[in-house]
Design a protein around this ligand. Structure first.
Ligand SMILES: [Fe+2]
Ligand SMILES: [Fe+2]
Length: 254
């Protein structure tokens, strides 16, 4: 982009996406949560199916043609390739592996922020843990959940300091919410504390633009430690299947 203007390729992509929707006569829907803040959620749904402008069109109830098409039985790797912006996850997992950590911690690092990149930022450790819970060892789920609070507390014994970037982002006087403080205190005494702490130690914020990591580098670990459902993520009736479906098809009306 130059001077805040969209580049030709971005404009071309947007035009193509709009045409794909128009060709199929579909109306995508933005959930209240997608817009809340930009828009007062008490106003109700943004798109009204009975709006005369929408006559002859259908509300979108399946894949959004503007997004890359997912396979019918999507795997974790498909989500990495087709729905996530995975650089932070890949680089964190790479560092964990270079640091000689065991596979399950490398996997925890690879998954720790999938909610940030795929679902929602706020409370991302809790959302992320819930997403992966049916498919990984309890210890990994526990660690992904706990990294939400541990990020805010230093542990000099393992060289983890309060992140400078948090001072920049939240201000020097920022204090975590009481529930984060409580979660931290519980996690500190837990038998899996160090697993979660390792996520924070390998959670890097300074991306190395010279390093190119691919999800292919972690296929072996995923195959060993992630129980990919045969029916595909989103279609196996697990307790988090609906969350994977929503990431896959985020603009369905219902
Ligand atoms: Fe995180
Ligand atoms: Fe992170």
């Amino acid at each position: 982009m130059v001077n805040g203007e969209k580049s030709l390729s971005v404009l071309a992509d947007e035009l193509e996406a709009r045409m794909a929707l128009e060709l199929e006569n579909l109306i995508p829907v933005k959930s209240a949560l997608f817009l809340s803040g930009e828009r007062d959620p008490r106003l109700g749904p943004l798109v009204k199916s009975r709006d005369p402008n929408n006559r002859g069109k259908k509300m979108l109830m399946g894949p959004d043609p503007r997004l890359p098409r997912m396979p019918d039985k999507p795997t974790l790797v498909d989500f990495f390739r087709l729905r996530f912006a995975p650089t932070h996850l890949l680089q964190s997992a790479r560092i964990a592996r270079l640091n000689g950590l065991e596979d399950k911690i490398v996997l925890a690092c690879l998954l720790h922020d999938i909610a940030v990149t795929g679902l929602i930022q706020g409370d991302h450790g809790y959302w992320g843990a819930q997403l992966i819970e049916p498919y990984v060892d309890k210890e990994i789920t526990w660690a992904v959940r706990a990294h939400q609070s541990l990020r805010f507390y230093a542990d000099p014994d393992v060289g983890y300091e309060y992140p400078q970037v948090y001072i920049q982002n939240f201000g020097a006087d920022y204090k975590p919410d009481p529930h984060i403080q409580r979660d931290y205190e519980r996690a500190r005494k837990h038998k899996w504390y160090m697993t979660a702490r390792m996520i924070t130690c390998n959670d890097i914020y300074s991306f190395d633009p010279t390093v190119n990591v691919s999800i292919d580098d972690f296929i072996d670990i995923i195959e060993k430690h992630f129980r990919q459902p045969e029916e595909g993520l989103g279609f196996d009736d697990s307790s988090s299947a609906h969350m994977w479906r929503t990431i896959n098809m985020p603009t369905r009306m219902l």
